[in-house]
Design a protein around this ligand. Structure first.
Ligand code: SF4
Length: 463
């Protein structure tokens, strides 16, 4: 049935009508953890609104089977983690590094990584301040990142099962999250800390012999390779002690799987960005990008979904069909928005997002499969978004500007976020020859007419 449907963005009711025509065979075909009994995840998006994700009624979704799988799978994550625990798998929290530690965790059989950090979307999807209020009660100031909801989720023990191990990356990373992780530790969790080094550029007085570079052209002190590789070996040792397993052949296999996913997503981004009409909506594209962090905990199934997204995007791009008008204005989006609705709003007002900097560059680079796996992980992480200078962070956006691909930039700022407070003005400065709009992501249910008007006026200016 999906082959006959023209690409479009549709609401919950339309999805429910469309879902009524989905055969039982198709529903049973897709499962998580490979379990045919309880691992079915295809359901109409309205299901998750009934479970509490109230914002879903305001969103529009891509109408493809690929998107149906994508939403069913991602919204099902909380259930999936509790299922994992019930079925004797080990649920492992990986926090703060966004993309690398899960590759190690996935090398251990029956170990499921997840990012509590991703709870920052929950108050927005649920249109609820319950988690944010609880975080305030626990002592987190209001002027800090919405990721504070993850502390409340640890406290409430209802959003994910108690992890059997927690790996927390700090150092040259996010200050807000480092502070939160310390508070998670104070709740009684046993955290294993890793330190992320700062990617300092070479100065004139530095010995060039002591510096090296990543494939993306970022320079850093060569000693960090071994330093970070040893941090990852500590994660490995901890996982071995926990599970009684540990085979580096499995780690290499896990790296190959991560690379396959990363390559696929890179192809999707490229095809979608270059197509004459946007073949896939920005919201689903963000979900695809963030899946690189840990394959949402079942990398085989997630990669299969992303493969289907890739086919859908490629077919639509080849036919010149898509979900936005041909006059949608290509822009870049810097810093992910905690409120997913904002991406819908921007598209409704005429934007087409063709480039992004969602602070997860580290999850987009390929990991070298031909060297020591820990060293390879360290080198891939040295491409991270938040560990270097602002110029480096916006380099990809700059390149797109130079190629004439984008006409403007939206930066979504979060009040109190350490990197937003530090970087938004600097990014504006680095891109000053381009129209840039910086907006603050308001608290849940806080998108006002004034904010819509600002985005609308910006789009009008670009046009
Ligand atoms: S959005 Fe920024 S401040 Fe918030 S957790 Fe992520 S990196 Fe940290």
């Amino acid at each position: 049935m999906f082959e006959d449907i023209a690409p479009a963005k549709i609401g919950l009711e339309e999805w429910s009508r469309q879902f009524a025509c989905v055969s039982d065979d198709l529903i049973r075909r897709y499962t998580y953890y490979g379990n045919n009994e309880w691992g079915i995840y295809l359901s109409p998006p309205a299901t998750f609104m009934v479970y509490g994700a109230r914002e879903l009624k305001k969103l529009k979704y891509d109408n493809s089977l690929a998107a149906l799988r994508l939403w069913g799978f991602t919204f099902n994550e909380s259930e999936r983690l509790f299922r994992a625990r019930q079925n004797g798998m080990r649920v492992i929290a990986t926090m703060g590094d966004l993309g690398t530690v899960p590759v190690i965790v996935m090398a251990f059989p029956s170990c499921i990584p997840f990012y509590p950090d991703c709870t920052w979307w929950t108050p927005f999807f649920n249109e609820s301040t319950v988690l944010l209020d609880k975080a305030s009660e626990l002592g987190v100031p209001e002027a800090s990142c919405f990721v504070r909801s993850s502390l409340a989720a640890f406290y409430k023990r209802a959003y994910f099962p108690k992890p059997e191990a927690l790996f927390a990356s700090t150092g040259a990373s996010c200050d807000d999250y480092s502070a939160l992780m310390q508070m998670v530790q104070d709740l009684g969790h046993d955290l294993t800390w890793l330190e992320i080094p700062y990617r300092r550029q070479r100065h004139e007085e530095d010995d060039p012999e002591e510096f090296c570079g990543t494939e993306q052209g970022y320079q850093y002190a060569a000693r960090f390779d071994n330093y970070l590789a040893n941090e990852y070996r500590r994660v490995w040792d901890k996982m071995r002690a926990l599970t009684g397993n540990g085979d580096t052949a499995e780690l290499k296999r896990s790296i190959r799987k991560a690379n396959r996913l990363r390559r696929l997503v890179a192809k999707i981004k490229k095809t979608a960005g270059q197509a004459s009409v946007a073949p896939f909506p920005a919201l689903e594209m963000m979900v695809v990008e963030f899946g690189n962090l840990y394959g949402y905990g079942d990398i085989d199934e997630w990669t299969d979904i992303v493969e289907m997204v890739h086919n859908t995007v490629s077919e639509r791009a080849a036919k010149g069909t898509g979900v936005l008008g041909p006059d949608a204005v290509p822009i870049a989006w810097i810093t992910p928005t905690a409120d997913p609705l904002l991406l819908n709003v921007a598209e409704n007002l005429g934007a087409r997002i063709v480039e992004t900097e969602y602070v997860i560059n580290q999850a987009h680079v390929e990991i070298d499969e031909n060297i020591d796996p820990f060293l390879a992980l360290a080198r891939s992480f040295m491409n991270a978004s938040l560990i270097g200078s602002t110029s480096e962070r916006v380099r990809r956006i700059r390149d797109s500007v130079n190629q004439g691909r984008i006409k403007g930039v939206i930066i979504s700022n979060m009040l109190g976020c350490s990197h937003c407070a530090m970087e938004t003005r600097l990014i504006e400065e680095k891109l000053k020859d381009l129209p840039v709009l910086s907006i603050d992501v308001p608290a849940p249910m806080g998108i006002t007419e004034q904010l819509r008007t600002r985005i609308s006026a910006f789009m009008e200016t670009l046009r």
